[in-house]
Design a protein around this ligand. Structure first.
Ligand code: CP
Length: 309
């Protein structure tokens, strides 16, 4: 099976400028991988490094599996046990790994724009994937969320009503999801959260914004819950976790306002009992673990497109 022509840029830093055809092609390719159609020698002889300066479970492990399934040599860089602790910069770290022959870097960093900045300094033939930078972008999470929606609701997003709930302000997942939902022509994009956690920087352009979760849930086909990004949050943005749960937590009673087959999604890690109850997170409408499975397939599609393109 040959990789589709996807017109991907050299590095995957954001979903902002990706054309509809490119997004669709990546999702179709990822679906094939999800169904087990892949060649274990696709990335034979290519070295890939997960270069994470922030913690991760899902993204890092799924990129590792994705690269291994395509036959790459995979190394994992852990900032907490590396020479970062002695003051080595991210760029020096990357250049040293590049000197060892690494061609693919999957990079997570706490600073907005850090991955794009690193991409300015790499050799021809080296590619970077943004695995999350600050609040800015998490493009492969956006793609895996779109694949999950596509599997559940079909490829025509124009009929879909999708609600995003919570801390959009600090969320790179939200930004990438909203970009992808717009590119795929989603009919009704709703966003709900406390005013203190909704950005006023243009991120919500074209969205129906509300602070009333019960009203926002009416008839939606999918609910995308967001994690409260407490590590990026200044004090006082929410009164308390209990208050947040009362006003913006997804409970099984609330979920009844959505379409009866509404999909429930969350990028993880979940703050159980805050954004979402156990009953909903583990319930029949939850696609949360499907999102995780799809992460491997999407990341295979991205690595293949960038490293074999
Ligand atoms: N969704 C997500 O990015 O999870 P991790 O932080 O565990 O990678």
């Amino acid at each position: 099976m040959n990789a589709p022509h996807t017109h991907l840029p050299r590095h995957l830093l954001t979903l902002q400028d990706l054309e509809r055809g490119t997004l669709d092609a990546l999702l179709v390719r990822a679906q094939a991988f999800a169904e087990g159609h892949y060649d274990r020698r696709s990335l034979d002889g290519i070295a890939v490094c997960t270069l994470f300066f922030e913690p991760s479970t899902r993204t890092r492990m799924s990129f590792t599996l994705a690269a291994q399934r395509l036959g790459a040599d995979v190394i994992n860089f852990d900032a907490s046990t590396s020479s970062t602790r002695k003051g080595e910069t991210a760029l020096d770290t990357l250049k040293n790994l590049e000197a060892m022959g690494v061609r693919g870097f999957v990079v997570r960093h706490h600073e907005d724009g850090a991955v794009a900045a690193l991409a300015q300094h790499v050799e021809d033939g080296t590619v970077l994937v943004n695995a999350g930078d600050g609040r800015s972008a998490h493009p492969t999470q956006g793609l895996l969320d779109m694949l999950t929606l596509r599997q559940a609701k079909g490829a025509d997003f124009s009929k879909l009503k999708v609600l995003m709930v919570g801390d959009v302000k600090h969320s790179r997942v939200a930004r990438s999801d909203l970009q992808a939902l717009r590119t795929l022509g989603t009919g009704d994009i709703r966003v709900c959260g406390p005013a203190s956690l909704l950005p006023d920087d243009g991120t919500l352009q074209g969205c129906n914004v509300s602070h009333d979760l019960d009203a926002a849930l009416e008839g939606v086909d999918a609910v995308m819950m967001l994690r409260l990004q407490r590590e990026r949050m200044e004090e006082g943005l929410i009164a308390s976790l209990d208050d947040y749960h009362r006003d913006f937590g997804l409970t099984s009673t609330r979920l009844k306002r959505a379409a009866s087959d509404a999909a429930v999604m969350h990028p993880g890690p979940i703050n159980r009992g805050v954004e979402i109850t156990d009953e909903v997170a583990d319930g029949p409408q939850s696609l949360i673990l499907r999102q995780v499975s799809n992460g491997v397939a999407v990341r295979m599609a991205v690595l293949e497109a960038l490293l074999r393109g």
